[in-house]
Ligand binder design. Structure first.
Ligand SMILES: [Zn+2]
Length: 358
């Protein structure tokens, strides 16, 4: 196996400092890019999307093919934003389950898929298999995940704000000498409530942070520049690291244990909880043994089925020799493998359409 199986988590003692420095640098770079003079500024800002558009401005989009942005594109962007906001249901935050379901419902596909993995959910299932909650301050929990084999970093940090933390603390305050069991019950409730997130990877920064911002679930800085080149259709919802973290939040016993400990530490709506290096090592071993799949929803399962049928059809068509001259005998012949697969593909596709309208 790759390096991710061995000490993928690195040193945890400097994690908070390192993460703060990373996001501060990200914010500085973004602020500088936003301040560039009009001739060099490539950010399509909020006012411009609203229609306050200087017609001499030259900016491109990849929406329906690469071209210069027009007023029609701006209208399409606003429409995409409204559709996305409707998809997320409004209000602050999103649940872990919603993130997983939405990621499968309208994925942002990779332009250059590797080993058949063309979406973040595929990659979260196959590449990002390590995840631990390692430190928390009040409602903010820092998770680390392994990085993919081709990444130039060792790990990624995903920040999750549990928006129900204060309510959990308030409930705790009204209990008579709350026990560990009480805290576990509360932690289990809290992890199913709404949250906000941020990831230190480039995919989140350039493709998804804008979506998290307009959807009301960005835990860090809000992105106001429309992703006109990388994600003009506002597809998908989260990177592979966030999707792994969401799956673990939903079902991992280790995450439940961490959140329970954090609530037990809480007093007057505040707490700080951290794993030591040794604890991280032990938990990493435990986590490697507990395999949690990024649980596909019915829709994701249907999409996987469709993709399999499509691939099989493509292979069969590739392997089928060109048709011979039609004779009366061959016309009545039974269906070829490619034809059978083609039938299967279209029946799956039609079934999908009936179920989900896409
Ligand atoms: Zn990420």
């Amino acid at each position: 196996m790759d390096r991710n199986d061995k000490e993928w988590f690195g040193k945890v003692s400097g994690l908070v400092k390192e993460t703060k420095a990373h996001f501060a640098n990200d914010a500085r770079e973004r602020a500088a890019a936003g301040k560039l003079p009009k001739s060099q500024n490539i950010i399509l800002n909020e006012k411009e999307v609203q229609g306050y558009w200087d017609v001499t401005r030259v900016l491109e989009t990849t929406l329906n093919g690469r071209h210069q942005i027009t007023a029609d594109d701006l209208a399409a962007f606003r429409q995409n934003m409204r559709v996305a906001q409707k998809r997320f249901g409004g209000g602050a935050g999103i649940t872990a389950r919603q993130v997983i379901n939405l990621a499968g419902g309208k994925p942002l596909e990779y332009l250059h898929p590797k080993d058949g993995m063309d979406s973040d959910i595929d990659k979260a299932r196959r590449e990002i298999t390590r995840c631990l909650a390692v430190s928390a301050a009040n409602r903010t929990v820092r998770f680390i995940t392994n990085a993919s084999p081709e990444s130039d970093v060792q790990r990624h940090v995903v920040i999750v704000d549990f928006l129900a933390y204060e309510e959990a603390c308030a409930r705790l305050a009204s209990m008579y000498k709350p026990t560990e069991k009480d805290c576990r019950k509360l932690a289990d409730w809290m992890r199913k409530q709404k949250l906000a997130f941020d990831c230190d990877c480039g995919r989140h920064r350039y493709f998804f942070r804008y979506i998290a911002s307009i959807g009301g679930f960005a835990a860090g800085r809000k992105e106001t520049g429309y992703p006109k080149i990388r994600n003009p259709g506002l597809n998908g919802v989260a990177c592979k690291h966030v999707l792994r973290v969401m799956s673990e939040i939903e079902r991992s016993g280790l995450v439940l244990r961490f959140l329970t400990k954090h609530l037990m530490n809480s007093s007057e709506y505040k707490a700080s909880t951290r794993l030591t290096q040794k604890q991280t090592e032990q938990e990493a071993k435990e986590q490697a043994r507990t395999k949690i799949d990024v649980d596909p929803s019915t829709l994701i399962k249907a999409r996987i089925l469709l993709k399999k049928a499509k691939n099989a059809l493509f292979q069969a068509q590739k392997n089928t020799p060109p048709p011979k001259k039609i004779t009366t005998a061959s016309q009545v012949k039974t269906k070829s493998v490619a034809e059978k697969l083609s039938d299967k593909f279209f029946s799956v596709k039609n079934g999908l359409f009936k179920l989900f309208g896409k």
